[in-house]
Ligand binder design. Sequence first.
Ligand SMILES: Nc1nc2c(ncn2[C@@H]2O[C@H](COP(=O)(O)OP(=O)(O)O)[C@@H](O)[C@H]2O)c(=O)[nH]1
Ligand SMILES: [Mg+2]
Length: 453
Amino acid sequence: MRELRNSLQNAIMKIRGAPIVDKELIDEFCRDLENALLSGDVNLDLALSMTEKVRERALKDQIPLGVSRRDYTLKVIYDELTNLLGKRFAPMRLDPNELSIVMFIGIQGSGKTTSIGKIANYFQKRGYKVGVVGGDTFRPGALDQLQQYLAPINVEVYGDVKEKKSSKVIKKGLNHFKEKKNINLVLIDTAGRHKEEKSLLKEMQEIAKIAKPTEIILVVDATIGQQAQAQADAFNRATPIGSIILTKLDGSAKGGGAVSAVAITGAKIRFYGDGEKIQDMEEFNPTRFVGSLLGMGDIEGLLQSVNEAFDEEDTAELRDAFKKGKLTLRHFKIQLESASKQSSIGKIVSKIPGVSALTGKQPTLEAEGQKNVKRFIAICNSMTEEELDNARVIKGKRIQRIAKGSGTSPQEVKLLLNQFNQAVKQLKMMRKMRGRRGAPPGGIPPGLEGMFG
Ligand SMILES: Nc1nc2c(ncn2[C@@H]2O[C@H](COP(=O)(O)OP(=O)(O)O)[C@@H](O)[C@H]2O)c(=O)[nH]1
Ligand SMILES: [Mg+2]
C-alpha cells in the first residue's frame, strides 16, 4: 500500500501546487493516476474507467460557485477513489445483550488467528466480554499461538490439545462459554488447510451447522492482490451473514488490488489488518481509507466546503450573472447570505474579492466577519427591488434611508456599494481580457476562475 499511497500523493501534489489547474494539468494528472493504480495492482479496466471518469468530471462538471477547480478536482479524485474502493461503510454491530458467535474462516496463513486477537481486543475495549475457541486442531502449536497472543489482554481461550476433531472442540468450547453467563462474544478460530474456495466453503458449512454463528468472517490475505476477488465473490454468494477482513495491508504492494477487487464483489469489508500487533487493525471505512491514501488530512473540510457550495440553490443564477457579466446587488446579497451560512467564513469568503473585503480577511476574525456579514445582509434587505437590480440609483438620501432602515451607518452602506462597484469592474476587466473566447459549457468562464481562488 505504501507505493500506491506515495504515487497517488505525488500525483496530487502536482495539482495542489500548480498555479493553474487546466486541461493540460488534468491530463497529466490522469496519466499519473492511471500509472499509480496499475502499479498498485488495481484491475486494468477499473483503473482505466476510473481515470476516465476523473478526467470527464474535472473538465466538464459544473463547478459550484465559490469553489476552485483545484478543490473541485481533488474532490472528484476522492469521490471516484471511494467508489473504486467500496462505497459502503459496514461497521460490525453486535447486540451486547445476546451471545454473539463469530466464526473465522480462511486459508492457512491468511491471518485468522491474528485477526481473532485483534477483534477480541477491539470488542473488549468496547465493553464486551470475549471468549475464544481454538478450533484449529490441524496445525500443531495452533492453540499455543492463540493463547500467547491473547494472554496480554486477558481473554480466555478454550482449547483441547487431545481432541483431534475440530467440530468437537468447537461444540465443547461453545458450551463452556455459554455456561459462563458473563461472556457475550465468542470468537471461533478454525483450521484452514484449503487451497481453494470450494473446500473452504464446505468447511464453513460444516462448522456453521454446529456453531450457528451470528456472523462468519472470511479472512483474506491482501498480498494475493486481485486474486482476492474469486474468494470474496464465492464467499459473498454463499452466505448472507458473511463479511471480510483483509490482512497484511501494511506491507503489500498489491493491497490496492485486493481492496478494489473485493469491493467490486459487493462483499462487506469490516476491518483491515496493517501489522502483526494486536492493535494493528482498523475499521474499513472507505471514506477514511481513501483520505489516508491520498494523504489529505483536511479532506473532510474540503468536502464540506465543496458540498456546502453545492447546496447553494442560487448557484445557477449567480453563475449566469457572471457569465453574462451582469452582476447586481441581488447577487451580492445571495453571496453574503451563503457566506453567513458557511462554517469557516474566512476560508470561503476570501475567495470572492468583493465580498471578502466586507467580512474581514483574516480567518481568525471569523466571529467579527460573521457579524459584519449580518450587517451587510441587513443593508441589502433594506433596499428596494429597484435598488437591488440597479445599484446606480442608490445615492444621497437613499443611502441615508437604507442606513436607517437597516440600523447601520451611511459609511457602511457606502462601503458595501464600493465593494460592489469594484467587483463589477473586476468582472468587466476579466471579460475583456479573455476577449470573446467561449466559456466551457455550463462551467465558470475560464477568465473568471481567478475570482474563485
Ligand atoms: N504484516 C502483517 N502480518 C500479518 C497480519 N495479519 C497476520 N499477519 C501475519 O501472518 C502470519 C499468519 O497469520 P496467522 O494469524 O497465523 O494466520 P492463520 O493461519 O490464518 O491463522 C503471521 O506471521 C502473522 O503475524 C497483518 O495485518 N500484517
Ligand atoms: Mg491460525
